[in-house]
Design a binder for this molecule. Structure first.
Ligand code: 5AD
Ligand code: SF4
Length: 438
């Protein structure tokens, strides 16, 4: 989400005659896009800001700004106490950045952290300077109304609102013209997307029909409202990837209730079963929080057992980090010690690593269509890309290029990566037509 936001800010600044540089030492303005989701994310930002303070002492004219979720939370602290920052801009005020920059030039500090009920930046074409030129994020909605008790997002990003369908399809059209091959549609809860009668399924239907050579992914749906029609659409359309990220957070009813997640363990497991039945070769991933308020050993064991039952291909696993303003902060006690949180988290991670290893080993001998994203980080002689079911595959470079679709056969696997033998370059439609015929 923050990558997508930075691309919007890029567009706003470029429109006003500013331009990006690679090195902060060459910049007149440094804007740090921030995340508040966990303490750790905020600590990283503070450390970055301290680095920029050194630059500020070398270059008295340097302007430093903080954008995004941390803005509202720390606006007073950041400007008055720390003297680190000149500009503070919340996630709905990016259009105001050029004005705020001018204000700073007059020697003042500048702040705009107003949240909006309407802003979706629908008319702004993001300028993508940091991506790989093959896969892009497209933001389809902003904010969140779910109010999970642990989560600060509804407070930092405001109310949920959807971007008009036409503006999203227009952006996808431009990305297609620019040669992008993979698009991830982004929202805090994509199944709440709504533009008149258009739902998220309408958007997936239209995008996949209009751009058959582009792969579509999305992040994230909420388990409370995953429609069957979307599952059937994913099963039927070759360019809707057979990979779903479906955050569960915890494996027991009691914990889900305290977290204000409106589903039970059974309902979640039934949804997963239905997904696996409808979509063949489906890969699943999730988010898990360890050590939330009042978590008992028994509740922790239920999280572990749910993860064994589902067998996720990937999981994002976190220790609970208390956030001000949330319901949990106001009503519950953050009473699980750091030692226990860490121990539970490491049990969750090590179990997940062995599940992933086993699942990836099962891929050996299978054929996949890989979209090449670039050369592998480990070796310039190897290319790296993703399979339809979102696994990273590496294989010999030969004369393949970034953006090629390559049919591969999997020959080896670790818990994180598939090793593959390339068979031939192909197209998405050609590949799946051949698979259907066979
Ligand atoms: N502590 C730890 N993890 C959190 N997440 C959200 N809020 C917190 C928190 N306070 C995790 C959830 C969510 C993901 C994006 O971040 O698992 O799905
Ligand atoms: Fe946070 Fe819950 Fe909204 Fe996700 S759905 S952003 S976890 S409040």
């Amino acid at each position: 989400m923050n990558f997508a936001d930075s691309e919007i800010v890029n567009a706003i600044l470029i429109e006003r005659g500013m331009y990006p540089v690679r090195d902060a030492e060459l910049a007149d303005i440094v804007l740090v896009n921030t995340c508040s989701i966990r303490e750790n994310a905020e600590t990283k930002v503070w450390n970055r800001l301290k680095e920029f303070r050194k630059l500020k002492t070398q270059n008295k004219l340097l302007t430093v700004g903080v954008l995004g979720c941390m803005a509202e939370r720390i606006k007073d602290q950041i400007i008055e106490e720390e003297q680190l920052v000149d500009i503070v801009v919340g996630p709905d005020s990016y259009r105001d950045i050029p004005r705020l920059i001018e204000e700073v030039e007059d020697g003042r500090k500048a702040v705009n952290v107003l949240l909006s009920l309407e802003e979706t930046y629908a008319d702004i074409a993001p300028v993508r300077t940091t991506g790989n030129g093959v896969s892009a994020f497209v933001s389809i909605m902003r904010g969140c109304d779910n109010m999970c008790s642990f989560c600060v997002v509804p407070f930092t990003r405001g109310r949920e609102r959807s971007r008009p369908l036409g503006s999203i399809l227009n952006e996808i059209c431009q990305l297609s013209d620019q040669g992008y091959k993979e698009i991830t549609l982004l929202g805090q809860n994509v199944n709440s997307y709504k533009d008149g009668n258009h739902t998220f399924s309408t958007l997936m239907d239209k995008s996949s029909l209009l751009y058959p050579e582009i792969r579509f992914r999305f992040s994230s749906p909420h388990p409370k409202d995953f429609p069957d029609e979307l599952l059937y659409l994913i099963a039927e359309r070759p360019n809707l990837c057979n990979y779903i990220h479906i955050p569960v957070q915890a494996g027991s009813d009691s914990m889900l209730e305290r977290m204000r997640r409106p589903y039970t363990r059974d309902q979640y497991l039934q949804l997963i079963e239905k997904m696996k039945k409808i979509i063949s070769n489906l890969s699943l991933s999730t988010d898990i929080i360890a050590g939330f308020c009042g978590e008992t050993e028994e509740e922790h064991q239920q999280t572990l057992s749910l993860m064994r039952e589902v067998e996720y291909d990937l999981a994002y696993m976190f220790a609970y980090s208390e956030r001000e303003r949330t319901l949990a902060y106001r009503k519950f006690e953050d009473d699980i010690s750091e030692v226990i949180k860490k121990r539970r988290l490491s049990e969750i991670i090590s179990q997940q690593m062995s599940i992933q290893h086993r699942r990836n080993q099962n891929e050996i001998g299978q054929r996949h269509l890989v979209l090449v994203e670039g050369t592998s980080k480990r070796s310039a002689q190897q290319m790296s890309g993703r399979t339809d079911n979102n696994k990273i595959a590496v294989f010999d470079r030969k004369d393949f290029e970034k953006g090629d679709y390559v049919e591969v056969e999997i020959t080896g696997a670790t818990s994180a990566t598939l090793i593959a033998k390339p068979i031939s370059k192909t197209g998405l439609v050609d590949y799946y037509s051949a698979v259907l015929e066979a």
